[in-house]
Write a protein that binds this ligand. Sequence first.
Ligand SMILES: [Zn+2]
Length: 390
Amino acid sequence: MNISTNTMKRTASLILSVLFAGSMLLSACSSAKSKESSETPVSETETTTESTTEETTTEETTTEETTTQETAPTIFKGNNPDQYKEITLDGVKENRFVSTDYCYIVSEKYVIFLDKDVSIPGDLTVNLDAIIDEIERQTGLSSMPDFYDYCGVINNAIYYDGYNPWEFWNIGKKIPIFLMTDRKAEGWISSASPEMALFVCYEFFSDDVWNSVPQYRDNPQIRLSCTPYDVIAHELTHTVTLRNQTMPDIFTEGPADYMSVTVVEALADKYPSIAEAKNFMYSYDSKLPKPVTAENAEEIFIEDYHTLTPMERGPEYTYGKYLCRFLCETYGEDFYKRYNDKCQSMRLDYNSLEYSEEVMKQYAQAFKDEFGEDVFTRFGDWCVKKNVLK
Ligand SMILES: [Zn+2]
């Protein structure tokens, strides 16, 4: 339960995920760009942390192979459709499936692409199904909006030593979820974009990989005893929200951090494995360059912390998280949908790689149009009253 390490790593991972998401927005259909942007996550290894002995039952649950008929027509499996096995899980958390080759799992709203040496619990899809449903419920958005320009399974060859096992695959509107093993300890982290969610979590590394890399094996405390469903909820929130509407960094990372907590809390009672993740969940507050007040809340929103260097990133998560709390408390649970719809109606489009004050002023105006001219001053006053963002 190494909270400080945990949160530092988590923060680093989240930080890079926005960079990734931002750059991906520019090039939804460009695999070349996607490779370029996926190279950015090289600093800290993603993953929440905690020691564990859970990966014991590493039996090769050669789970039944089923080709789900209803999904078959929407999936084009490249030029060699029988090359990799489709896997189904048995729903039992203690039964782990350990891959020995690339394989995949099909669900209603996503397809999981497994690296060739990952270890996952038997209830992973049960929990992922619930998490995506809950994100849709809380945001009021569809994870598979009709208007989004879907362009096949993104080329992640950078993670596969230059090889793309899923070349030419097309899964329609489903979300591609990649589970990767960082077997050379290069510091890959989880990330997300409208095109996909990608998880590099120690908890998904097979024991063979774990034990073959000294910096993993000799630091058992960095591996949680449970699946980090809060991290998963964070990244999937990105994919769902950004498929619907581009948002500034503050309102990309803020809602993801906010919902990583609210989604896990909403599901914990019904899903035991998510309840375990809740016990390890820790909401980290970054130090801000300056306190947020009624006088500067709007100005900071417009700046979107765009001048911070990659190493300084973090305030956008924290500002955005509290902004969501304030909005939910003050205007109700449908705040995300309301703002999303307002931005859509104004045809706003944000490009995090090319900051534009003009565009950011429009996003700020959308807030005021939707929630009232005084929304930022109310938020600043709320922060002071709640003693947050100081
Ligand atoms: Zn993020």
